[in-house]
Write a protein that binds this ligand. Structure first.
Ligand code: SAH
Ligand code: SF4
Ligand code: F3S
Length: 477
């Protein structure tokens, strides 16, 4: 088993030196022009990418850039891409296409493309040849090289569209990048990188590399500092958090449940949650820790993907529905108030009508609070992309039926909350209506209520008055 290489990222001479060079270059510009160079970061994809974007912005800021919210005024644009479905890649490529016009007006503009999409060779080739104004690419496992790649691009006036090193993809955990967090009370904390599961439909293991875990002491320190700085809602991130620490020579002699138990000791008024858990190794030990914890919320995202055993096997998921149901039953026994959510893929290659009906039946008897459902999208390089596909019309028709069933179930489950008083972390004015505030419950359900600015980032108690499939409405007690 490969030994983990933990890099103390920015304290090594070389890396600091690159950051310093960019900063001096930017300071010179600021003195001369009376304004700082600006960076704009565009983010697609999952929470991992959002967390990575906060590191990119943090590093850029440390290198003297001002972070701005519009690409038109930027001198450096970073596009953090996702490759999970074709649609995600199309959107990223279309945005990059639009930046051509900004580049046409500013020949000094540097455009970096990072995230999961650029870890695929065919996408790098596409960027190299069809997007000549893209300056460099940076894979998710190589974010710590950002200062060097940026400086080389500036100094050598060259493009760097290259693959990541084997080492970065397999054994490197870079600690200590400066993070520019979007929120002052909700925070992401990555606990592990990569994925070893190779579900037959999924691109993630190919683009995010092998599983490797951060050291427990690094995570505990980060979470403690966040809580002390007033963060109220902290989400531990990993593609399969239950594998945390399991790679030998990696994190150490402890597993995810041990990590959660350790973090739960940090005093303060705060919530701890995590995602994502793979059903094959969501352990009873973890559920016991959650049930007895002070800060860990009773929320569980447990992607089922399909309700049919043959399909689950073809997906290479390594659990069957008996195991899945058993985990859910144990969870609900230990935490009757648990909010359970899941992911479903509709139209996986070879999925028959009867097999799809098994998924609908599973939704009916498990009754998730919320579902993220996806139409299967073939990903180049994954086994399932080569198999016989379900016709698009069938996929869409099944998808619509699935939504019908789930919307009814979600409506029924939310309706049960009417009359209850729930604790809500307030996010502020809701989109579209400044008089209506929104927030999230411990179970991560969205709640609307009449609020005021002083509530933002604080816990409020709300009595639920009415509900919809995707939200609760209430009054602050
Ligand atoms: N690591 C997590 C999932 C990360 S991807 C887990 O294993 O649960 C988030 C979701 O995207 C997956 O759960 C799956 O439902 C969906 N997904 C992944 N690849 C897909 C594909 N090729 N087509 C459609 N949906 C996909
Ligand atoms: Fe993809 Fe499966 Fe890994 Fe999740 S566990 S990221 S679905 S390969
Ligand atoms: Fe997308 Fe990569 Fe996340 S493919 S879903 S950004 S892990």
């Amino acid at each position: 088993m490969a030994k983990l290489q933990v890099l103390p990222p920015l304290d090594t001479e070389a890396r600091l030196a690159y950051m310093e060079r960019v900063r001096v270059w930017n300071d010179g510009y600021a003195t001369e022009h009376g304004r700082r160079r600006a960076v704009y970061v565009e983010t697609f994809g999952c929470q991992q990418n959002e967390a990575d974007s906060e590191k990119i912005a943090g590093m850029a800021q440390a290198m003297g850039y001002e972070v701005v919210s519009a690409p038109e005024s930027a001198d450096l644009i970073m596009v953090n891409t996702c490759a999970i479905r074709e649609h995600a890649e199309k959107r990223a490529l279309s945005i990059i296409g639009q930046y051509k016009h900004i580049r046409a007006k500013n020949s000094e503009l540097i455009i970096g493309v990072c995230g999961c999409m650029v870890s695929q060779e065919h996408r790098r080739e596409e960027l190299k040849h069809r997007y000549p104004y893209v300056t460099f690419t940076l894979g998710t496992s190589s974010l710590h090289h950002f200062p060097r790649v940026l400086w080389d691009a500036i100094e050598q006036k060259r493009r760097f569209i290259t693959a990541e090193s084997e080492e970065d993809m397999t054994v490197t955990v870079a600690e200590g990048a400066p993070v520019r967090r979007e929120s002052s009370y909700r925070a992401w904390v990555s606990v592990m990188y990569g994925c070893n599961n190779f579900c037959s439909y999924c691109i993630v293991p190919y683009v995010r590399g092998r599983e490797r875990s951060r050291r427990m002491e690094d995570i505990v320190r980060e979470v403690r500092e966040l809580v002390e700085a007033g963060y109220r809602d902290i989400t531990l991130l990993g593609q399969n958090v239950n594998s945390y620490g399991k790679v030998k020579g990696s994190a150490g002699e402890y597993d995810f449940a041990d990590l959660v138990a350790e973090l739960d000791k940090i005093p303060g008024d705060w919530w701890l949650r995590f995602m994502t858990s793979h059903p094959k190794d969501a352990s009873r030990k973890l559920i016991d820790v959650m049930a007895n914890a002070t800060h860990v919320v009773h929320q569980f995202h447990l992607p089922m993907q399909s309700g049919n055993d043959r399909v689950l096997k073809a997906m290479n998921r390594h659990y069957d529905m008996a195991k899945y149901r058993d985990t859910v039953a144990y969870m609900r026994e230990k935490m009757p108030d648990v909010v359970l959510t899941s992911d479903i893929i509709v139209g996986f290659p070879g999925e028959s009508e009867e097999e799809f009906a098994d998924t609908l039946r599973a939704l009916e008897d498990i009754r998730f609070d919320m579902l993220y459902s996806f139409i299967y999208s073939p990903r180049k390089g994954t086994p399932a992309a080569e198999w016989e596909q379900v016709p698009d019309a069938t996929k869409s028709e099944r998808f619509a039926r699935l939504l019908d069933v789930q919307n009814r179930i979600a409506a029924e489950r939310n309706a049960a909350a009417v009359g209850q008083t729930v604790r809500v972390l307030c996010d502020g004015e809701s989109k579209g209506d400044a008089a209506v505030y929104s927030g999230r419950t411990a179970g991560n359900k969205i709640v609307f209520f009449a609020g005021e600015p002083s509530m933002v980032g604080r816990f409020v108690d709300v009595t639920v008055e009415r509900t919809e499939p995707f939200a609760l409405w209430g009054r602050v007690v």
